[in-house]
Design a protein around this ligand. Sequence first.
Ligand code: SF4
Length: 602
Amino acid sequence: MYRGGIATSRVLRINMTDLSHKWEDVKKEHADLAGRAFTSTVVSEEVDPMCHPLREKNKIVISPGLLAGTMAPSSGRLSVGAKSPLTGGIKEANAGGLTATRLANIGVRGIIIEGMPEGDDWYSIVIGKDKCEIKRTNDYAGIGLYELIKKIWKDYPTKPGIIGAGLAGQRLYKCAGVFGNNIENSDPGRYAGRGGLGAVFGSKRIVAIISDDTGGSRPEAKEKERFDEARKVFVNSLNDHAVTGRLKDKDGNPYGGLKNYGTNILQNILSEAGGLPTRGFSSGRFDKAAKISGEAVHDLVDRTKEKFGDKAEGKYGHACHPGCIMACSNVVPYEKTGKLHVSPLEYESAWALGANLGIGELHDVAELNRLCNDIGLDTIEAGNTIAMFMEAGKIPFGDGKKAIELLKKAYDEKSIEGALVCSGTLTAGEALGVTRIPVVKGQALPAYDPRPIKGIGVTYATTTMGADHTAGYTIAAEILGIKGTVTDPRKIEKAELSQAFQATTAYIDSSGYCLFIAFCVLDDDDGFKAMTDTVDAFLGKAVDVTAYGKKVLKMEREFNKKAGFTEKDDRLPEFFYTEKLPPHNVVFDVPDEELDAVYKNM
Ligand code: SF4
């Protein structure tokens, strides 16, 4: 019987071959693991690194972060892990939404899904307190995700968390992300997007995992008083910081950057810095960046509120999971009606489907994002894949309407173009004869050009995850600055910086905290201490942040090695070394030895 707290949580093991399940105690050696540390450990221990990612030997591992469900601020992230069909290596992708909190409240440390069923049926897994049902739900498959999440909340009025695979995942396409519903269930836009993990759900014939915490209780820290004290200090620290802080200052002016403008505040900042990849990584500056920025979304929300009053659905300062106080998410409304168009429109998505394609119309970018959410696609991978069609001259850069037309072909199961636009940047680029394909380990680059900002290039090249900014977000040091000091983005000695960010990130991805707490804790020593205190108090023991993170990274690296990766896979595509990026006209000139130093010196 679950009484709340990590000591009493359990693991749910589901076998999709014979449609059975069992509850297991958490192994002694896994006692401190949750989130990414849990998913990467189980994948390392139980998945054959050489297996086909879309056949029976692969496993899906799901785990709420350590502090999910507690009163710690912004700590309700969910990790999903498997061998990635996109990179061929180990993968962890995480997201907000309702599922992490629901699972934590009923004492589920992790879910391990193995095997695959015979036949054409589709399934949903319904998890509640001390119960699990594997249901045949063919009516949930083959429909858009907006329709699906409405259907599920109608079938389950207790407002469960939902994660799963959309059309793209059900058809085993490599751009497929794992969707989640948002708090209001109005949008399936909470994506553990990267690595094609939606296709692993599809391979196991799973459309949705539905988690209900009725009868559950909030997990409790081992050292309750210390936890509560640290939590309060951390809340104040986050609220006072200019990036993560409250909506307005004492004079009523906009204050916290994330709450007012979301992550998309970076659109203008990166364009100004000359590091915003534009029109397929051919320029670092986009003349229409302001039109698709967080500031533009903020103004649209205010305009529609003024016009439609209570009927307006647009929002900024929107939380992606219960208890997030940084609330960087948003609801983008239609200009003409004020009704929800898409939620959220984050920086990465606005970049991938906007600047990256030369598209400067906010409505078109939001529509592309909505289509990705409905079809079940990772926006970063989908945007880069559409860029391959533009690079190949199939549709012009900057043509939003043609990009929408192309993406809509994904609904048609018979359309070859529809299949290709869901198949990932590398597959589409090679099929279309493109030689400038921005991928590392098969995964497309995110929204920071590595030529003028070298540290993020070191992360893209070396992380175990394939090109992934969140794996070691050196942008915090190289563009935004830490404690008032900016690390020169052009300096090529970045192995140490990237390694430090990668290790800390692996710890944060395991804690359940959102990575954006980093903006505050890097600046504020008291905030950092309070954050680590919450983790230590929860576990009832001291955890070394760097050692914990490095252990996870080493394990992931080892898995990739066994899957066939070598140091040669820790490189950027050739064109980054040879093509100068305007306006600064620089190439990526970090030597291979510096890249190799990240893991050699770990
Ligand atoms: S800061 Fe943003 S991404 Fe992070 S948990 Fe909060 S709403 Fe979600």
